[in-house]
Design a protein around this ligand. Structure first.
Ligand SMILES: *Cc1c(COP(=O)(O)O)cnc(C)c1O
Length: 426
């Protein structure tokens, strides 16, 4: 076929839309389950004999040197470095596809100094939690969403695709083994970190010919701020930009944010509120929500939109939007209905709402920090006070948080709370 005859994949407008075309082609090529939705003329000549990621081929190698579980208060917990006994690994090669995944003892990886990830940031990850319910069952919260997002992220940085369902099965297999020993206490969680890296040892800016997927579980200190999060709005650096990769959970988004974050902390704030041309995008590595009375007097819950691909499509964000639409948009007894709005809004909008007494509450939302009330936003030499009328939170923030807690820890039976059958009966 002559190059001029190549038509871009569906959804791609111009032959010069390189990233969109490459991403569409990659998804079609590497995740057959998604093929139907993506036309793939660019890759129609490619033989897809590469082996897909297949959780049914998982090989088990148990640890012979089990570690000790730290007790509450052990300083190791605060370091977020203590992992559980096992991890999942799987290696992909451009010539053969995915090898058999393994569950094996937690331990160091071995990488060539020329490994792609060490030079070109070919890394993406997910952040999830496993929860020990009040009913003693082990749960994940919407793991399908995390696994699908991991595919979006890996594709964005030219790492191989996979069927998200297979990744979900691998995560479940791992926590079925480590859950009973490492997460015995009702109402607690461990953090899960599925990761993929370009592990091929070869310099040269090129798509890595080898990638390694791994899944680890760690302890994490309780995050959040009892007095509410204090945010410092950054008026110089930006986290993400149009056409960039702010929507992907790729490591390259985070290293460059550390200087601003360190500076914010040194000044007594907890997180950076990231802006783009004055528009509010995200708070640190979590999505940002504000609740206010609109100028017309409507109660609104507002958060930045996904359409311009500047912000991360948070699972917590999505869940909050869906639950508030279901449960608040018609008004609770004795309360005004709440309008749920995904739209661009600016720091100037916040300043005006504060000055006019229309600000009701604000919070940051993500898996790590969960739902965290915001008490202060610093912007242009001013500390804007955000009400926390219940002392440690605003009422809607507390309500939304309690809904999610109930689903995560099994107080409310909900399709988002996925129960994991453990190896040893608990
Ligand atoms: C992970 C992350 C979030 C939160 O996403 P969840 O799926 O809710 O955990 C938000 N913003 C950024 C930049 C993130 O990295």
């Amino acid at each position: 076929m002559a190059p001029s005859a190549i038509t871009p994949p569906q959804g791609v407008q111009e032959t010069s839309e390189l990233t969109a075309a490459a991403v569409a082609g990659k998804i079609a090529q590497t995740a057959p389950g998604l093929l139907k939705r993506v036309a793939d003329p660019l890759n129609s000549g490619v033989k897809t004999t590469l082996r897909p990621l297949d959780a049914s081929r998982l090989r088990f190698t148990r640890t012979t040197t089990p570690m000790t579980v730290p007790q509450p208060g052990d300083p190791i917990i605060a370091t977020a470095s203590q992992c559980t006994d096992h991890m999942i690994t799987a290696v992909w090669r451009s010539t053969t596809g995915w090898g058999d995944p393994e569950l094996r003892p937690y331990g160091n990886l071995s990488l060539a100094p020329t490994a792609s990830v060490l030079h070109y940031a070919t890394e993406c990850f997910e952040g999830m939690k496993m929860y020990r319910g009040f009913d003693r069952k082990l749960r994940l919260f919407r793991p399908d969403s995390n696994c699908k997002r991991m595919l979006v992220s890996s594709t964005r940085i030219a790492l191989p695709g996979f069927d998200p369902k297979e990744l979900e099965k691998l995560i479940i297999a791992m926590i079925a083994v480590d859950g009973p020993k490492w997460l015995p206490k009702a109402g607690t969680f461990l953090y899960l970190r599925p990761t993929m890296i370009g592990s091929a040892g070869a310099l040269g800016v090129a798509t890595p010919k080898e990638a390694t997927l791994f899944v680890i579980a760690t302890f994490m200190p309780p995050l959040g701020a009892p007095q509410g999060l204090k945010l410092l709005a950054s008026t110089d650096g930006v986290r993400a930009w149009p056409g960039g990769f702010g929507f992907a959970k790729v490591g390259a988004n985070y290293g460059p944010s550390l200087m601003a974050n360190g500076e914010a902390r040194a000044r007594g704030y907890d997180q950076v509120l990231w802006l783009l041309n004055g528009q509010i995008t995200e708070a640190g590595a979590s999505n940002f929500f504000v609740m206010w009375k609109s100028k017309e007097g409507k109660t609104q819950l507002v958060t930045a939109p996904l359409g311009d691909k500047i912000i991360l499509d948070g699972v917590t964000r999505r869940s909050i939007l869906q639950l508030t639409r279901e449960r608040l948009s018609h008004g609770r007894t004795g309360q005004d209905p709440v309008e749920i709005v995904e739209r661009q809004f600016t720091m100037e909008d916040i300043v005006q709402a504060v000055n006019e007494g229309r600000i009701l509450e604000a919070f940051a939302a993500g898996t790590a920090y969960f739902v965290c009330p915001v008490s202060v936003i610093h912007y242009k030499n001013q500390d804007l006070q955000i009400p926390m009328s219940q002392g440690d939170s605003g009422p809607y923030t507390a309500l939304v948080k309690s809904w999610l807690v109930d689903i995560m820890y099994g107080r409310e039976q909900h399709e988002w709370g996925v129960v994991v059958e453990e190896e040893q009966p608990f």
